[in-house]
Design a protein around this ligand. Structure first.
Ligand code: DAH
Length: 340
């Protein structure tokens, strides 16, 4: 006969059930007490060897403990399963109200954005977008534009000269000549392109920069047309009314020539450091195309007249986005570029 304290057995089993952290451990506890060779099973099996009175008493107690423990096992197993289920659910839970993650797709460089906007506005005003070579010859870059070889005016452009009479164009104005050679007026074109000058760089100068050149030729195209077109361009480009003013100036390829300023958008004309406290921003050179340039392009100045203008294109971008250093546009610094 197995001599055993049933109360203690019950207590031990209960504690172990409580401590079992997963189904495998719980199963081991079950085997230990209620398995084929489990402690309580052995007690139940040995009952027959007891005298009748004792058998009834011990048998009753042992069976009660067996039923009690079974219930405990079942409850614990259910609790373990429930906990595992909850944990799994928590792991898989998704917050369907959370905003999605935006994939980094990149975007256009501010100069490209400004270029597209400029082309769109001028196309809306009836202009054709043209282009020409970045490696030019002296004829188109200078001579055809009424800038003779030994004339001091050529010094206005610090030029990178290449071999064989070639050079890196210092402005986009040569494209005007190339276009007039091949196309008959009336015509309206703009050219946006890269230009090069051999000069020291600072906040407003780069040796590599962009220029926007415009040309309008017809029978009776005048400065009044120029003013109207430029005012309209600024208004559409900046999305608000912009005042402009014209001052006399000099360019070899225009006569008369003038300089065009617009209200400084940084201070709205009040005067700030960006506009040297004048309230005006210098935006471009312009003028009525010189008769010699028409002749050099194969057109008769008796039949045609028109205006041209040339603008620092980077400057347009700087005004639009209030950028105070041209070099930032060419730095390739993503911390800068991601702002636009
Ligand atoms: N090409 C000139 C420059 O680089 C700017 C310019 C002035 C262009 C007057 C023009 C113009 O077409 O008419 O300084």
């Amino acid at each position: 006969m197995v001599k055993i304290n049933l109360k203690l057995l019950k207590k031990r089993a209960q504690d172990e059930i409580k401590r079992a952290g997963d189904l495998k451990l719980l199963n081991e506890v079950f085997k230990k007490y209620l398995g084929k060779k489990g402690e309580l099973t052995l007690v139940l099996r040995s009952l027959e060897k007891l005298p009748k009175a004792k058998r009834v008493k011990v048998g009753k107690e042992a069976n009660e403990i067996k039923n009690f423990l079974r219930v405990q096992f079942d409850q614990k197993a259910a609790a373990i399963k429930e906990k595992a289920k909850k944990e799994a659910e928590e792991k898989e839970w998704i917050d369907i109200t959370q905003p999605g993650k935006k994939p980094a797709t990149g975007h256009l460089h501010p100069l490209t954005q400004v270029r597209r906007k400029t082309e769109e506005v001028f196309q809306g005003l009836g202009f054709t977008v043209t282009e020409g070579p970045e490696v030019e010859n002296e004829w188109y870059n200078f001579d055809a534009l009424n800038i003779p070889k030994d004339h001091p005016a050529r010094d206005l452009w610090d030029t990178f000269y290449l071999k064989g009479g070639l050079l890196l164009r210092t402005h986009t104005t040569p494209v005007d000549v190339r276009y007039m050679e091949k196309n008959n007026p009336p015509l309206r074109i703009i050219t946006i392109g890269r230009c090069f000058r051999h000069e020291a760089t600072d906040a407003s100068h780069e040796s590599n920069f962009y220029q926007l050149d415009g040309l309008m030729v017809g029978k009776d195209i005048s400065v009044a047309n120029f003013k109207a077109i430029i005012q309209e361009f600024f208004q559409r480009f900046f999305g608000k009314p912009v005042e402009i003013r014209m001052r006399p100036s000099f360019f070899p390829f225009t006569e008369p020539s003038f300089e065009v300023d617009m209200t400084c958008l940084v201070c709205k004309g009040k005067g700030c450091s960006a506009c040297q406290k004048t309230g005006w921003m210098e935006m471009m050179g312009a003028g009525m195309m010189h008769p010699n340039v028409f002749k050099n392009s194969g057109l008769s100045p008796k039949n045609w007249q028109g205006w041209a203008f040339g603008m620092g294109f980077d400057r347009l971008a700087m005004m639009k986005y209030k950028i105070n250093d041209i070099r930032l546009l060419y730095s390739g610094d993503l911390r800068f570029l991601k702002q636009f």
